[in-house]
Design a protein around this ligand. Structure first.
Ligand code: HEC
Ligand code: HEC
Length: 432
């Protein structure tokens, strides 16, 4: 009888143990620092060495796994500088009721942005061509896709993508504005034959099987289903949270009570001269200023323009979309391009849609004397079409240096160093 009792107790114990040992369902919290470091940081030094990383990966099926901060990151609050009028600025916001920015959504967007699983052969993520330390751009004139192919244009710096509806316009995304919304934009590189090479249905199935996505989709959207619609929304939220309005320019403008035309006390004389040329215009004519097209405070563009890079455009830009001209003073859209927000421009070389200029000095030289009188040239360059081989603002050496100095005041160090915009994955080694 005692034998029977022992074996019964034994069996019960085993049962209890097996229940206890059963893997709890994964949640977002599984991937937070404390939980992962408690399980895998054998030497307890607060970081994972390569052996510990290998053990972590093995537990989750041999894939890169995210390691998230203990408390969720805040993506929703935007701290506007004083010189930006909040009510007016809210009108530039392209967020919609169908996709409201949440911390859970943007945190999921961050995983997706850095995940090489989004490309066919696991080599490329969005961040491959949009590096945080470079204002989310790529130092190569043309980017390299998943199979080594080159993109047709230069990768764009990503900043202030949330605030693009300037002056009531709703410009699209990409150099040629072909994506009407950020949500639509996100799905394009994924399916691009050169960039990531995935089919959406196939990607949904692939992500659904990864251990970390179902809990993150559940946290963001209420259920664990991975759909491309949700994926696009999450990445768009992450992109919208990348606000760059915390630069030397902003601190100086705040100190000047938001009067852009006043000499900023916190600027050098050279930066002030550059600011005056950029914002008040060459010779004080606002229509002939850079800000006519690159409008503060984002220094973004409400619509595509031609800025005279060539007399005849090799790349038609907006012209390839077959729409009527976006400006009654120009016959067509041929050779017109949108420029991204000039925030962080000192980090995003090379410049222009084809990456033709290596430095800001070369850019300014172009505007000074290298502008070709293209038939769709922006009016800001004056009524000089066809008169000379090249035209431009005819700047002095001092003015050119001042413009470059001013452009360098637009760098937001917080966006490019904030960990909440960095790579969250525990990786064995970087693939590229
Ligand atoms: C292989 C390189 C590459 C990859 C991968 C890539 N991009 Fe890009 N990105 C580019 C290039 C090049 C452009 C400009 C393309 C054009 O205008 O034709 C661009 C443009 C953009 C723009 C437009 C910005 C603006 O101001 O209009 C956004 C947003 C963007 N990418 C986000 C993403 C996201 C999100 C991903 C991942 C899902 C991604 N990119 C993956 C190279 C890449
Ligand atoms: C008529 C409108 C217009 C004016 C005026 C103008 N720009 Fe531009 N700018 C553009 C367009 C359009 C592009 C993108 C052109 C392309 O890539 O084909 C651009 C691109 C740039 C870029 C590169 C952006 C990037 O991400 O590669 C810089 C820097 C720049 N402009 C600075 C200036 C400065 C400085 C001035 C004044 C001297 C100025 N712009 C005046 C329209 C304008």
């Amino acid at each position: 009888m005692s034998r029977l009792r022992t074996s019964l107790v034994f069996t019960l114990c085993l049962l209890a143990l097996s229940v206890l040992a059963e893997e709890p369902a994964l949640s977002v919290n599984t991937f937070r620092r404390d939980a992962l470091l408690r399980r895998f940081d054998a030497d307890k030094d607060g970081t994972l060495n390569d052996r510990e990383r290998t053990a972590l990966r093995a537990t989750f099926g041999g894939v890169d796994v995210p390691l998230l901060p203990q408390r969720s990151d805040d993506y929703t609050s935007v701290r506007l500088p004083k010189h930006v009028d909040a009510a007016e600025f809210a009108q530039f916001d392209n967020s919609t009721e169908q996709n409201v920015l949440t911390n859970e959504g943007a945190a999921l967007g961050r995983l997706l942005f850095y995940d090489t699983q989004l490309s066919r052969n696991y080599t490329v993520s969005c961040a491959t061509c949009h590096e945080q330390r470079l204002g989310f751009s790529d130092p190569k004139p043309l980017s390299v896709g998943f199979e080594g192919g080159r993109t047709g244009r230069n990768s764009m710096g990503l900043a202030n993508l949330r605030y693009t509806n300037l002056k009531g316009a709703q410009p699209g995304f990409f150099w040629d504005e072909r994506a009407a919304t950020l949500e639509a934009q996100v799905l394009m590189p994924i399916q691009d034959r050169v960039e990531m090479g995935m089919e959406l249905k196939e990607l949904e199935a692939k992500l659904q099987k990864l251990p970390y996505y179902p809990p993150f989709f559940a946290a963001a959207f209420g259920s664990p289903e991975v759909t491309s619609d949700r994926l696009a929304k999450a990445v768009a939220q992450f992109l919208r949270s990348m606000v760059a309005l915390n630069a030397k320019f902003d601190h100086a403008a705040d100190a000047a009570d938001g009067n852009y035309s006043a000499a900023f006390e916190k600027f050098t004389d050279q930066e002030n001269l550059g600011k005056s040329l950029f914002i008040d215009g060459i010779g004080g004519v606002a229509e002939m200023g850079c800000a006519h097209c690159h409008i503060p405070p984002t220094f973004g563009m409400p619509k595509a323009f031609n800025n005279g890079l060539d007399l005849k455009s090799k790349d038609p830009g907006l012209g390839s979309l077959g729409r009527p001209t976006n400006d009654p003073f120009t016959p067509s859209n041929d050779g017109k391009f949108k420029a991204p927000s000039l925030r962080n421009i000192a980090l995003t070389a090379p410049f222009m849609h084809d990456g033709r200029f290596k430095t800001l000095e070369e850019v300014v030289e172009h505007y000074s004397r290298g502008v070709h009188p293209h038939e769709n040239l922006g009016l800001a360059f004056g009524e000089q079409k066809g008169e000379r081989a090249t035209i431009g603002f005819q700047l002095t050496g001092e003015q050119k240096a001042a413009l470059v100095a001013f452009l360098k005041t637009l760098t937001d160090e917080s966006l490019i160093s904030d960990p909440k915009f960095s790579d969250p994955f525990v990786r064995l080694k970087r693939r590229r």
